[in-house]
Design a protein around this ligand. Structure first.
Ligand code: 16G
Ligand code: ZN
Length: 541
């Protein structure tokens, strides 16, 4: 009863604004920071407590709105191994968020009974532990207050990790929950994150040279200061390391965040941030606002812009890892595969299957879907075209890589490199900073320029259209969102249109983050891809 009173008092300070509806979507809760997100924060605190008791582990909470404008904010939960909240719990989170403040104590009690149902007494009495962090948004500290109100009302242990990138928080959660086990992920601190990455980087750089500087656009978000910190742990180019130029790292001017810069800007506008001033051939990359997405790009000698997106990072990384397992003599023991979404360029899929000769799995959009599919390979490389991605090594793969005895200096070098990759790549979640270092290392190993990288395959021309419709919920898909099952007849029409174009491929799916349907089309030529996109748009409108 005392608990219920405390919850009632706490929740009262954070009412739901009139008419507001919330949903835990692909990226957690996300909205204008002052549109009732504080109410959500309070309820997310309670869900984290329940989840922590259920799993008997520390649960993470990340406060960020990623690539959204500065006035937005959001929150998502991190499961014990540093992965996204299990899908079956998203519904609990949505339900509690939509509960008016005065009904929260009763709703919490009901959720205790529902989620901790098995061995109700023990589970309820277990101590809960929560860690949280936020990006650089101005609304962050206030939202933390609302979160703490819930944690304090129930009286659980928590740690405020201050400002971190999303992947850093995922890393820390996984470190905490694996400490002292054979799966120990590292030291659960920010410093532990930098040293683990820097040490792996040094091993991988042995005998290699990174040519020229890499310019990193940090989207004026949390990635800027964090990357600067990491740089202090890395050898410079003169020391056989890397020369990283950080630009757009102003986190003091709130409105600069994601404005005309960042991974989402570069990917959707297909152009470089205007203030970059890179010379032809210079490697550039852009992070997003919470540093879990990265895309590469450069201008060629004719000053033509070329994007090297998530598909490219995936093929680059997979080619390298497949080579290394071959040199190490362990390729027959490990199943390597790539996971993509329907947005992956058809040319990249063909390259993976025909040239790299690796299997491809296609899943629905959203990191959690790719992550789970990648976990079914020994080495699973997953990337969304927009730059979200990482590599997962199975327990079996880690064991084989760690325990194999090299029979030659070449094998030793390959095994050492693979061991270092396990540490360099943030397996908890896609991590822009770690992905960037990995790409730099692979380019150095292959002695590739951005031109060499781009010429591995030529992207099919494509077009992405955002279509406003009366009701997007009628658009239902199957086959990893590649085919519509509803409205009736629509898919047949799309099939017919695709068959009229050389290399024609198109699909339509309801967005999970906006009130719209997205249409993607690709074909042999630019004009054809645009025409196909236009015709499919007519079908669904
Ligand atoms: C979310 C997803 C992102 C996906 C995007 C698709 C995570 C962390 N984020 O931002 O991976 O690409 O949604 O948006 O999973 P859409 O459904 O509006 O096309
Ligand atoms: Zn992000």
């Amino acid at each position: 009863q005392a608990l219920l009173n405390k919850l009632a008092d706490g929740a009262a300070a954070y009412p739901i604004p009139e008419g507001r509806k919330y949903e835990y979507g692909t990226a957690g809760f996300r909205m204008k920071a002052d549109a009732g997100l504080d109410h959500v924060m309070f309820t997310v605190g309670l869900i984290a407590i329940l989840r922590s008791k259920k799993r008997n582990a520390t649960i993470g909470i990340m406060i960020t709105a990623s690539h959204n404008p500065a006035e937005d904010n959001g929150v998502k939960l991190v499961d014990p191994m540093g992965d996204m909240l299990e899908q079956s719990w998203e519904g609990f989170a949505t339900r509690l968020a939509n509960t008016p403040s005065d009904k929260i104590p009763k709703a919490y009690e009901a959720l205790v009974n529902e989620t901790l149902v098995d061995e109700i007494r023990q589970l309820q009495d277990r101590p809960a532990k929560v860690v949280f962090a936020r990006d650089t948004r101005a609304s962050g500290p206030y939202l933390v207050t609302a979160l703490k109100a819930a944690l304090d009302a129930v009286g659980v242990a928590y740690e405020d990790k201050g400002i971190l990138t999303t992947p850093q928080l995922h890393y820390i959660v996984r470190c905490i929950n694996t400490e002292g086990t054979v799966y120990a992920f590292g030291e659960p601190t920010e410093k532990g994150y930098y040293t683990k990455m820097a040490n792996a980087f040094k091993t991988l750089m042995y005998g290699r040279t990174i040519h020229g500087a890499i310019t990193v656009d940090a989207a004026n978000g949390v990635g800027g200061p964090k990357l600067r910190q990491l740089i202090s742990y890395l050898p410079t180019a003169a020391e056989g390391g890397i020369d990283i130029k950080v630009v757009n790292d102003d986190v003091l001017k709130p409105e600069a965040l994601n404005f005309e810069c960042g991974a989402d800007y570069v990917k959707t506008k297909q152009r470089s941030p205007p203030n970059l001033n890179a010379k032809p051939g210079d490697r550039c990359c852009s992070l997003d606002g919470d540093a879990d997405r990265v895309v590469y790009y450069y201008n060629d000698e004719q000053n033509v812009f070329h994007l090297l997106d998530g598909d490219r990072i995936a093929t680059l990384g997979a080619a390298f890892l497949a080579d290394m397992t071959r040199v190490a003599g362990i390729d027959s023991k490990l199943k390597i595969g790539i996971v993509q979404t329907a947005y992956a360029n058809g040319a990249s899929t063909e390259y993976v299957e025909k040239v790299l000769k690796l299997p491809v799995t296609v899943t629905a959009t959203g990191v959690k879907h790719l992550h789970h599919a990648a976990a079914r390979y020994d080495i699973g490389v997953y990337f969304e075209a927009n730059g979200h991605g990482t590599v997962l090594f199975s327990d079996n793969a880690i064991k084989i890589i760690r325990e194999s005895e090299p029979k030659s200096p070449g094998q030793k070098h390959a095994l050492d490199s693979l061991r270092a990759c396990i540490d360099l790549i943030n397996q908890a979640v896609g991590d822009a900073i770690s992905d960037m270092l990995f790409a730099e290392i692979v380019l150095a190993h292959k002695s590739w320029t951005p031109d060499n990288w781009r010429n591995t395959y030529i992207d099919l021309p494509n077009r992405l259209v955002r279509v406003e419709v009366a009701d997007r919920s009628i658009f239902k898909t199957t086959d990893a969102e590649r085919r519509l099952t509803s409205p009736k007849g629509a898919q047949e029409e799309i099939d017919k249109l695709c068959s009229m174009y050389q290399k024609g491929r198109a699909f339509a799916r309801a967005s999970g983050t906006e009130d719209a349907v997205r249409v993607y089309a690709e074909a042999h030529s630019k004009i054809e891809s645009e025409k196909l996109a236009g015709q499919v748009t007519e079908v669904i409108r």
